[in-house]
Design a protein around this ligand. Structure first.
Ligand SMILES: NC(=O)c1ccc[n+]([C@@H]2O[C@H](COP(=O)([O-])OP(=O)(O)OC[C@H]3O[C@@H](n4cnc5c(N)ncnc54)[C@H](O)[C@@H]3O)[C@@H](O)[C@H]2O)c1
Length: 253
């Protein structure tokens, strides 16, 4: 067993939304740190093949489970599959998320429900189905993917910002409930990171945002994964209920 505080050797991590973007980066980085990985995504297995290959190339085991995190039944099956296969889950990364843009006065109610359903309800459901196992073992880490928009809000993204502010509130509340029982809960609130999600933004938004960013450029997935590794490993053992911001200086708290 490695003595590095950054090691995840012997751990099992569940990463949702791991077929793409930040989730794929975290799954790969965790595998490289020694963790076996449950790759959860609503996309079919084919979409996850590159990350499954990367996990295996790191010498770790990868289990793919197709699930929509907003479905209680599918998340229950995912948790049972993960625990059935590996016998334990040490780390849960609630990363699956979706993003759309509407002005509030034009926002379809269905869109509000969809975004809140995946980003906030989905985070709750994965916690609801894996937390009892962590509490039983008296150890675990939960990392929730928020967004800086949950801290500062954003025009045309009230539903997304509300979902991510909800994730931050859930993180703080759960941290207060379970930290003394061995489960540490924190969030990450990235700024704009180059992924397929960011590519769905309009050109106008992208050039305005670039002008606002103190660092003058968008972030890379590899600039978010070290924060996740910190919060998952012994190196992050004194972080409780925090929201860490790899954001290029867009938000300074
Ligand atoms: N990219 C950014 O600029 C940015 C900034 C802040 C926060 N985030 C957050 O980071 C997370 C990852 O975003 P990304 O940029 O990597 O996006 P992405 O679109 O590249 O990846 C998201 C993944 O989640 C999966 N997914 C979507 N809905 C799902 C569901 N209901 N059930 C299971 N899987 C589902 C998708 O299939 C996809 O594989 C999201 O929560 C997002 O809100 C992204």
């Amino acid at each position: 067993m490695s003595s590095s505080p950054w090691s995840l050797e012997g751990k099992v991590s569940v990463v949702t939304g791991a077929a793409s973007g930040i989730g794929a980066g975290i799954a790969t980085a965790f595998a490289e740190a020694g963790s076996d990985i449950v790759v959860v995504d609503r996309a079919p297995r084919q979409a996850a093949e590159p990350v499954l290959d990367a996990i295996r190339a790191a010498g770790r085991e990868a289990l793919f489970v197709q699930a929509d995190v907003s479905s209680d039944e599918q998340v229950a099956s995912m948790a049972a599959a993960a625990l059935g296969h590996f016998g334990r889950v040490d780390i849960l990364v609630n990363n699956a998320g979706i993003f759309t843009e509407h002005k509030v006065e034009e926002m379809p109610v269905e869109d509000w429900d969809l975004v809140l359903g995946v980003n906030l309800r989905g985070t709750f459901l994965c916690i609801r189905h894996l937390l009892p196992h962590m509490l039983e073992r008296g150890s675990g880490r939960i990392i929730n993917m928020a967004s800086q928009l949950g801290q500062i809000g954003g025009a045309d993204v009230a539903h997304y910002a509300a979902s991510k502010a909800g994730v931050i509130g859930l993180t703080k509340s759960l941290a207060r409930e379970v930290s003394t029982r061995g489960v540490l809960v924190n969030a990450i609130a990235p700024g704009p990171i180059v992924t397929p999600l960011l590519e769905s933004e309009t050109e106008e938004w992208r050039s305005r945002k670039l002008g606002e960013l103190p660092i003058g450029r968008f972030g890379e997935v590899s600039e978010v994964t070290p924060t996740a590794l910190l919060l998952a490993s012994d190196a992050g053992s004194y972080y409780v209920g925090q929201t860490l911001g790899p954001n290029g200086g867009d938000v300074m708290l």
